[in-house]
Structures are given as C-alpha cells and as structure tokens.
Design a protein around this ligand. Structure first.
Ligand SMILES: Nc1ncnc2c1ncn2[C@@H]1O[C@H](COP(=O)(O)OP(=O)(O)OP(=O)(O)O)[C@@H](O)[C@H]1O
Length: 209
C-alpha cells in the first residue's frame, strides 16, 4: 500500500506546490491528471525519490521514504520502486537482457536471467534479448522499459506519460500491459498523464490544479 500525505515542495520562492494526499492499494491503479505546468512530473519525481519534499510523507507498507540519506534513498528506489520514464534510458553498450539484469544488480538482488526471460516472453520481445537497445523501435523500447521496471517485483510502479506518443491501438495495449503486470505482482500502479484518453479507463484518480 502506497500512502502519500501532505507533500509540499518548492523549486524557489515563486514556484511552490502543495499536493493532495492519496493512497493506492496493492494491485490498484491511480491516475494523476492535470494541465501542463500543474506539477505532475514534479510529483512523480518526488514519488520516485528524485526530488526531496520540504515536508510530508511517502510510505510503502508503512515504511517511510522521506528523509532518508542519499545512499538509503538510492537503495530504496532500486528495491521498492519500478519507474517507467517518458523517454527510455538504457545503457547503450549493453544488450536488452543485460539492461534488464542491471535492475537486479542496482537493487543488490540476485541476478535473474530467468525473470528477464519470463518478462520478455509475457511482454512479447523475447527475440530481442540479445540485441543492443539502440536497435529497438520506440514501441519496443517502451516494452523493455516496462519489463525493467518489473524486474525486482516492486511494490510500486510509477509511469510518466506512458501513452502520450502512442496511437489509440497502442495506447490501449500499453495500458492493459501495465495494469495486468502490476496486478500479477500485486504492485500499486501510479500513472501521471495529461492523456485525456485514459480519463475514463480508471476510476481512481486525482487531478492537480
Ligand atoms: N527545475 C525547476 N525550477 C523551477 N521551476 C520548475 C523546475 N522544473 C519545473 N518547474 C516549473 O514547475 C511547474 C510544474 O512543472 P512540471 O514539469 O511538474 O509540470 P507538468 O504538470 O508535468 O507539465 P507538463 O504536462 O507540461 O509536462 C512548471 O511551471 C515548471 O515551469
């Protein structure tokens, strides 16, 4: 269970945010909507422990994630969060398989080729495992990003605008993939977006203003 309360953040004296409190249960999905500039990416970066809030709390299964040291923060991020960025970031000198296994390494977990292979199978890119990531199409990169986010069976999956560059058919596919995979591992799925197509697909949502 992800529980977020009273988060406040400021880039400077003129740009301050006070975010609504919310929670998201295991296997549940939450949509965070809002106009451009409303602070969606800022909130996602706070949840991803990339920005430190001035105050407030982020708890996963009652464990507090705000106020840790940088070292603890990096470890917690790698172990408990799966992050799907809007633009994929891979180590270009490594194969798809090694990029997936790297997620295990960064979380100090046992390296599991088997988990990588199983995810590649269920996300439909098994034939790409030995390829370099630079050779992948945008859609393929996105599926590999989803797989990488799932490698450590995280409690929380954070996705930043996962459908903004996709046509309707692929939008539907990616959302179904994300929802099914999150349910399979019992993760809370948080999607930040301004994609109005997703509005009616999710009952649990918050709107930033
Ligand atoms: N590093 C920064 N320093 C100062 N202001 C910033 C910084 N990053 C973002 N902002 C401002 O904070 C506000 C929220 O930005 P953010 O990127 O979180 O919005 P968003 O809702 O994700 O927008 P979009 O949908 O356009 O991506 C914007 O007004 C932006 O200009």
């Amino acid at each position: 269970m992800l529980t977020v309360s009273n988060l406040r953040f400021a880039y400077n004296n003129h740009k301050k945010f006070s975010f609504p409190s919310f929670s998201c249960a295991e296997g549940d999905a939450l949509l965070i909507l809002g106009n451009s500039g409303s602070g969606k990416t800022t909130l996602l970066h706070i949840l991803a422990l990339l920005l430190q809030p001035e105050s407030g709390s982020i708890q996963i299964n009652k464990q507090e994630f705000v106020g840790l040291t940088p070292r603890e923060t990096a470890k917690m991020r790698a172990r408990h969060l799966g992050i799907i960025y809007q633009k994929s970031h891979f180590v270009s000198s490594l194969t798809v398989l090694d990029n997936l296994i790297l997620a295990n390494y960064l979380a100090d977990k046992e390296l599991s080729k088997q988990r990588a292979s199983q995810l590649a199978e269920s996300l439909g890119f098994h034939e790409l495992l030995e390829k370099k990531t630079t050779l992948l199409s945008g859609g393929e990169q996105q599926r590999v990003s989803i797989a990488r986010a799932l490698m450590n069976n995280p409690e929380v999956i954070l996705a930043d605008e996962p459908t903004s560059n996709l046509d309707d058919e692929n939008c539907e596919k990616v959302i179904n993939l994300l929802e099914n995979q999150a349910k399979n591992i019992g993760a809370s799925l948080v999607i930040v977006t301004h994609d109005q197509r997703l509005k009616d697909k999710f009952s649990h949502k918050i709107i930033l203003s």
